[in-house]
Design a protein around this ligand. Structure first.
Ligand code: COA
Length: 382
């Protein structure tokens, strides 16, 4: 396959954004990315979004945004895979450019969650679970993750307080990210004393809902010579059973492991070569499971990495360098694109105060459902 470059990026801050509609939010990020890449119209548009049908009474996001952005008579596609919708849209665009069918694509991830009351958005989020086996039983996404966390703590002997450093690290990094939902550091006490949402998950274990859009431009040739070129060295997607109860193990993300292994093989690298890893810390348990499944440590050992400071931006395995899902925020269908955009900034060397040291390879892992649809990308600078 041909090399595909990330030539432009654009994002909106993750906020409660009540004065903009879904298409306005997405359009803002898309135009910023096209401007950044220095191109007018792309050959095609790809949109990642999970909940526009229920939260915004809108489907047809491909045609909607092509129309809004003035891309008349261009192909446009809406891709949905729950919380990994953004990276799935990115992967679809990548395939189209890599195959040679088109030479440029705009990929937008967008989600507008805060127009809906909490109960409604919680119900919409739960549609990423198995309707017969999970949703019908009244299990929310926080509850599913609480079950996983409880099992993990039982198997490996960890206590709730052992997860604090995932959250502390994310919030500390988000202080420097003007696009983050919470630009505020938190103390260990704040983590320990936060209100319980679904035992053992408390407020500081959970990513917040939010409105946001992020966009990247993919091209078959670099469009700018004033910064390093970043291209996609690997792209891999994998599924697992949608319900947790049918998995061999609730405390291991098999699809994440398979997806990461394939990506490492494609890029010809190992975990130790990765200079920055934007993982899917929707809940602190997912941060731990993602690090383990991707091969950064043995199963059951991720809390050690966090406690020893090894996940800080200036240490061995920098994660959540712009705040991650926990503090940058998790507008679900946009998250995969925020991750790719943030790793691109790191590899360009333009990440500001949380710039990582090693800028050759960066990795993203975007988790759909409670581990049922996982996409891993490895980016490389040259
Ligand atoms: N972390 C830290 N603070 C948070 C927060 C979070 N995740 N979520 C909300 N807050 C803060 C708000 O800023 C607000 O603070 P303020 O009173 O100082 O203004 C306060 O908590 C209450 O906010 P509110 O929006 O009313 O919270 P809520 O109780 O409706 O929702 C959660 C909180 C955690 C339940 C909700 O964000 C949630 O469901 N998160 C998980 C989303 C999810 O499942 N995503 C998919 C994952 S795969």
């Amino acid at each position: 396959m041909n090399k595909v470059y990330i030539s432009g990026i654009g994002q909106t801050p993750v906020q409660e954004k009540w004065d903009k509609s879904l298409k306005e939010l997405a359009g803002d990020a898309g135009l910023l990315a096209l401007n950044d890449a220095g191109i007018g119209y792309p050959d095609a548009l790809f949109v990642g979004n999970m909940m526009s049908a229920t939260a915004n009474q809108q489907l047809q996001l491909g045609a909607l945004l092509a129309d809004w952005l003035g891309f008349h008579h261009k192909p446009a596609l809406h891709v949905e895979s729950a919380c990994s919708s953004g990276s799935s849209a990115f992967r679809a665009a990548l395939m189209a450019v890599a195959s040679g069918e088109i030479t440029s694509a705009l990929v937008i991830g967008v989600e507008k969650m805060t127009d809906s009351p909490s109960a409604e958005i919680t119900s919409s989020l739960a549609t990423a679970a198995d309707a017969d086996l999970e949703w019908d039983m009244g299990v929310s996404f926080v509850a599913l993750n609480a079950l996983i966390m409880r099992r993990y703590m039982f198997e490996y002997g960890w206590k709730h307080e052992d997860f604090a450093d995932f959250s502390l690290n994310a919030h500390a990094n988000a202080v420097h990210n003007p696009y983050a939902r919470f630009q505020k550091a938190i103390s260990r006490d704040a983590f320990l004393q936060a209100g319980m949402i679904c035992d053992p998950i408390n407020l500081m274990d959970a990513s917040p809902v939010g409105d946001g859009a992020a966009a990247v431009v993919l091209t078959s040739r670099p469009t700018r010579s004033d910064r390093k070129h970043v291209y996609v060295a690997a792209s891999s997607s994998m599924t697992d059973t949608i319900s947790i109860q049918n998995r061999k193990s609730a405390s291991h993300l098999l699809a994440a492991e398979e997806s990461a292994k394939k990506a490492f093989a494609q890029a010809g690298v190992q975990p130790k070569d990765i200079g920055v890893f934007e993982y899917h810390d929707a809940f602190s348990i997912m941060a731990a499971l993602s690090l383990e499944a991707a091969g950064f440590c043995e199963p059951g050992q991720a809390p050690h990495l966090a406690k020893e400071g090894k996940i800080r931006f200036d240490s061995d395995i920098p994660v959540a360098t712009m705040g991650g899902l926990k503090a940058r925020g998790h507008p679900v269908g946009a998250t995969g694109i925020y991750q790719i955009l943030e790793v691109t900034q790191q590899l360009w060397g333009l990440a500001g105060p949380t710039q990582v040291k090693r800028t050759k390879f960066g990795m993203t892992q975007n988790i759909g459902g409670s581990g049922s649809n996982i996409t891993t990308h490895i980016l490389k600078s040259e």
